[in-house]
Design a protein around this ligand. Structure first.
Ligand code: BGC
Length: 760
């Protein structure tokens, strides 16, 4: 079976939303959910990165823009609608190698006319403003009139399937006949962001007899009429272009018109060729080959494909949403998922994208400062959920596991996001050595987040220690907790890094540091206080120091054993657990202490890691897709190999098997990144040592014959092939690597072979 494709071989109208996510196509600029043209079911989505609006919604959300995919087929007086026809055969293929979705359907209408429809679609990676589809329509048992309707639907809302939250963000401002082709301009309600969708139809054999343009206000269409003969085929191309007023200061209509004319001149095939060749190059840099495990191979490629599809380096005012560009879930908001789960992939696979993602945080510092100010603190407090400007956009209300209204406190209490962003910056710098970024942008974030921590910590005089009280750590089952280790430890680390890189900047560019200190109102007095805070930050543990107490008082909570697992090997709620009182138990939603040990591995000994991994694994419900990969990687580092593979496959198949049950709403971006991390940081055992060297400590599952991948490291490209018996490393530049605790040098453009150590 092809290891480059994901296939769906039956039409199930109840699975429409899930498959719209799986078959979504995106290019970082925008995402088009994989809606079927010939069905009105599902929840269609045209999401353009950075187009946010609030209107009547609870909080600012990504806008579901006017839908340019409209394409209807009529035979005489019958519309081809999968709900009204019999679907005789159905096959959908996501061709990940080329970035195409191919759909092959045979349908019979109520009046017994059978047609084959084959379509192919791509969202161009070569020119992010372009996308296209090709349709081949074959009349199997009839001849007659064929009408094609090419249309753009403007009566689009967000949350179309959720009547209590349905919101209209767009107002159609103009429809235009660009014969051949149609255009629709719309504006968002708050900021008035202009969006134009423009699409045209090309008929391969020029068989169209009549054309009719119609402006229905919220829908614009061009319809064509032709005659189709039995056993003959009509080939039709639909080309589309998209621009927003975020992309250009020029008039949107003339920009789109000139783009579509260029696209028509180049043609479908030329654009497709360029698009596929970009994907070729991308795959050359990012592919992970897993020989001996087809399921893992196909699954990891799906994650890589979707992760790469979710970002591009062309706009540093955008980042990757938790649900990427694949659905409206979490309102298109950006979480720590980006810096902690997805960014590592970009750091090692496309550092320019990683930089752009970090620049998004820099560019939203103003909002982060506003957040701090509004809650009475200083410095910058990045939002737990972010949209376009860095202000906090976490909703205040949601529903709990049982559907009851639930006050959401994460936006007020989940402060660790600040340190997570700093973690991203430091990881980027360690791997790329990009001094320019650190000097001009990174240090400012380090300093201003530390300034926030300085104002947020509380000094406990009696115990002579600094505390951070009333917070939510990564485990969101427990709210308003005091001294969450993850938060405290990373805040301390955040401050230490700020102090270290402040001195670094002094050496690089004293003037720059001086002007930063002036603009951020920082003096030696502050730095001295930071030192004290870092030294005296309270970190709870147990009496013998092995098990780290997730937060103060956690050990006193009720321990409930997880005994059952579902068909996806995910923990089942223990019977005694009351879902509205989880905070009273030791059950946790996702990795928390274990997450910390993964992010700062050099801070904890193997014994401590093992003990905490074992302790918390028994208590983790994995109710977040962020969790399994963390246990997979830390498990490997402490020798739990059987569970590591299980957790790895859980992560890789999060969306393909829908094991969190909510793929309908979009991709689990964090688990795409977690999948990559499980292979690279987990099985290959890649890490960066305290000495700054790249380290490798691989173990691959017994049935894997070979694991091959490439990484960018300090400007060189390194290829790793890991076999059961040996490792091969090739590098484009001289590098030093520590493999299984021994130092090796790889010469420029040469290969090194290292025998695997026999197990002790
Ligand atoms: C998790 C968070 C995560 C968010 C977005 C929540 O369920 O608890 O850690 O950032 O989902 O993916």
């Amino acid at each position: 079976m092809d290891l480059w494709s994901i296939e769906l071989n039956n039409y199930n109208k109840n699975n429409m939303k899930k498959s719209e996510t799986i078959f979504a196509l995106a290019n970082g600029y925008r995402g088009l959910r994989g809606a079927l043209e010939f069905s009105k079911l599902g929840s269609r989505g045209n999401l353009i990165a950075g187009v946010f609006d609030k209107a009547q919604a609870q909080v600012t959300e990504i806008v579901n823009c006017q839908d340019p995919l409209g394409f209807n087929i009529y035979i005489e007086d019958e519309i081809v609608d999968l709900e009204q026809c019999s679907v005789d055969s159905f096959r959908r293929i996501l061709d990940m190698r080329k970035g195409l979705v191919v759909t092959k359907i045979t349908v019979t209408t109520a009046k017994g006319r059978t047609l084959d429809i084959k379509s192919e679609k791509f969202v161009s990676r070569s020119n992010v403003h372009r996308w296209a589809s090709k349709y081949e329509i074959t009349a199997k048992n009839f001849s007659g009139k064929l009408f094609i309707e090419n249309y753009i639907q403007g009566s689009v809302t967000n949350s179309s399937c959720d009547v209590m939250n349905r919101t209209k963000h767009l107002k159609v401002t103009k429809c235009t006949d660009i014969n051949p082709g149609i255009a629709m301009e719309a504006k968002t309600s708050d900021l008035g962001i202009g969006i134009i969708e423009c699409t045209t139809i090309i008929n391969e054999n020029n068989t169209f007899k009549t054309r009719k343009y119609s402006d229905f206000g919220e829908m614009v269409s061009e319809a064509y009429e032709t005659i189709i003969k039995q056993e003959s085929k009509e080939s039709i191309y639909k080309l589309g272009v998209t621009y927003t007023s975020r992309d250009t200061e020029n008039d949107l209509y003339s920009t789109a018109l000139s783009e579509i004319n260029d696209f028509i001149a180049a043609g479908y095939h030329r654009e497709k060729e360029m698009h596929c060749s970009v994907w070729d190059k991308i795959w050359d840099g990012i592919d992970i080959e897993i020989h001996g495990d087809d399921k893992a191979q196909r699954g990891i490629r799906f994650n890589l494909f979707q992760l790469v599809s979710s970002a591009y380096e062309g706009d540093n005012r955008i980042s990757i949403a938790a649900k990427a560009l694949h659905g409206e879930g979490y309102k298109g908001h950006v979480f720590w998922d980006t810096e902690v789960f997805m960014l590592p992939f970009f750091i090692y696979a496309s550092p320019e994208v990683a930089k752009s993602l970090l620049m998004y945080r820099y560019n939203t510092l103003k909002g982060a400062r506003k957040n701090a100010e509004l809650s009475g603190y200083k410095g910058a407090r990045f939002p737990w959920e972010a949209a376009d400007d860095g202000t906090e956009v976490t909703p205040k209300w949601g529903v709990d596991y049982e559907g009851n209204p639930l006050k959401i406190c994460t936006g007020d209490e989940e402060f660790h996001i600040n340190s997570d962003i700093v973690f991203g910056i430091i990881s980027y710098f360690r791997a790329t050595g990009d001094k320019d970024f650190l000097k001009n942008y990174g240090v400012e974030i380090l300093l201003d987040t530390s300034r926030f921590w300085q104002s947020r910590v509380e000094y406990n005089k009696e115990k002579d220690r600094y505390e951070i009280n009333s917070v939510i750590g990564p485990d969101e089952f427990h709210e308003h907790v005091n001294n969450n280790v993850f938060t405290n430890y990373l805040a301390k680390w955040n401050i230490e890094k700020a102090l270290y890189y402040k001195e670094w900047l002094r050496k690089q560019d004293e003037q720059k540091l001086a002007s930063l200190c002036t603009s951020l109102c920082l003096s030696e007095k502050d730095f001295n206080q930071w030192k004290e805070i870092a030294e005296k930050m309270y970190i709870p543990t147990n009496n013998d120091g092995t098990i780290i107490e997730q937060f103060e008082g956690y050990f006193n909570l009720r321990h409930i054993e997880i005994t059952e697992h579902d068909e996806n090997s995910m923990p089942v709620w223990p019977k005694e657990a009351k879902l509205d009182r989880l905070g009273e138990t030791q059950l946790i939603k996702q990795a928390d202490v274990v997450q910390l040990m993964l992010m700062l591995p050099e801070e904890f000994s193997d014994e401590i890691k093992r003990a905490n991994y074992e302790y918390y694994e028994k208590r983790t419900m994995h109710k977040s897709s962020l969790s399994p990969s963390v246990y997979s990687i830390l498990g490997l580092s402490v020798g739990d190999r059987s569970n590591a593979y299980k957790y790895f496959m859980k992560t890789v198949y999060t969306d393909l098997e829908d094991n969190q049950g909510n793929t309908d709403f979009g991709l689990h971006g964090a688990s795409t990144g977690g999948s990559w991390q499980s292979v690279i940081f987990g099985f290959a055992g890649v890490s960066v040592g305290k000495d700054g060297n790249l380290k490798l400590k691989p173990w691959i599952p017994e049935h894997w014959e070979k694991l091959k991948f490439k990484l960018n490291w300090q400007g060189s490209k390194i290829t790793f092939s890991i076999y059961q018996t040996h490792i091969e490393i090739g590098s484009t530049k001289f590098i030093t690597a520590v493999i299984n605790n021994k130092i090796y040098h790889v010469k420029e453009n040469s290969n090194l072979l290292v025998k695997m150590q026999p197990e002790k």
